[in-house]
Design a binder for this molecule. Structure first.
Ligand SMILES: [Zn+2]
Length: 270
């Protein structure tokens, strides 16, 4: 056949159902004449079009295929308002498997884009959730530690085995402090209406031994904005029976190894 080469180029368009009626008739006539090369090409083109459904959105069909596809889509769009009969007959030209392929391809691209966005959102939301949970966990841990310390203080303060120690102030304008010493649970020192300290200064507790040795350094603390504090020493550096008195001095932040100022409060341990 003389127009074999010419028709051969239209096979893909034919497979897409994108040819006009005369072209289609010509190809069909040629195919029915038994051209095995064109039949094989058509088979391949149909397979290719059906595979479009499974391709990623960026897979590139040939320019000719694209052009024909666009033509088909434009034709469909322009006839959208036309008579039902016309639209139906035009649609009938397009084989079902092509529409299935194109529809699947569209669905697939939309799904991929949507899925990528959804995954992105999910990651962001998971990350925010993890951060929130972490903050909550840290806060909970801090609250638990604070609650534990408070419970420990309350136990020392109320246990009948605890010994009460009054710490009068050297300065008559300063309030008296109170301590409770439990032989196993430790010492709690409490103060109210204590004036705020100078910057970078803390209060430090000392245990004065009976034997007349050096004061044993203990914890540091400072009053809150209302002049209140409650400090607990879980493991005092000395036994109650070996301690003559408790003393409190003002020291630099971090505390000192031995007192660097005269005690502001001193209380004898009976
Ligand atoms: Zn042929």
């Amino acid at each position: 056949m003389s127009n074999h080469e010419q028709l051969r180029e239209l096979i893909q368009g034919y497979a897409l159902g994108a040819l006009d009626a005369p072209e289609r008739a010509e190809i069909e006539a040629h195919l029915s004449s038994g051209c095995s090369e064109c039949s094989k090409a058509l088979e391949e083109a149909r397979w290719l079009v059906s595979q479009l459904a499974y391709l990623a959105p960026d897979a590139k069909p040939s320019d000719m295929l694209k052009g024909r596809l666009l033509q088909t889509v434009r034709a469909e769009t322009s006839t959208a308002g036309d008579a039902m009969l016309q639209a139906t007959s035009r649609k009938a030209v397009v084989p079902w498997w092509m529409w299935a392929g194109v529809a699947a391809l569209l669905v697939f691209s939309l799904y991929s884009a949507w899925n990528a966005q959804r995954l992105q959102n999910e990651i962001v939301s998971l990350r925010a959730q993890a951060e929130r949970q972490n903050r909550e966990r840290v806060k909970l841990e801090q609250e638990m530690v604070a609650a534990k310390v408070q419970a420990h203080e309350a136990m020392i303060w109320s246990d009948p085995k605890s010994v009460k120690i009054k710490l009068p102030a050297k300065d008559p304008n300063m309030p008296q402090l109170e301590a409770m010493w439990h032989p196993e649970m430790g010492i709690v020192v409490r103060g109210w209406k204590v004036p705020s300290l100078r910057e970078k200064r803390v209060l430090q507790l000392w245990l004065i031994p009976k034997a007349g040795g050096k004061p044993m350094p203990s914890m540091t603390f400072w009053p809150d904005a209302n002049g209140k504090f409650s400090a607990v020493v879980e493991n005092p550096p000395e036994e109650m029976s070996d301690t003559q008195a408790l003393a409190i001095t003002e020291e630099p932040v971090g505390g000192s190894a031995q007192p660097t100022s005269t005690p502001m409060w001193v209380g004898g341990v009976s």
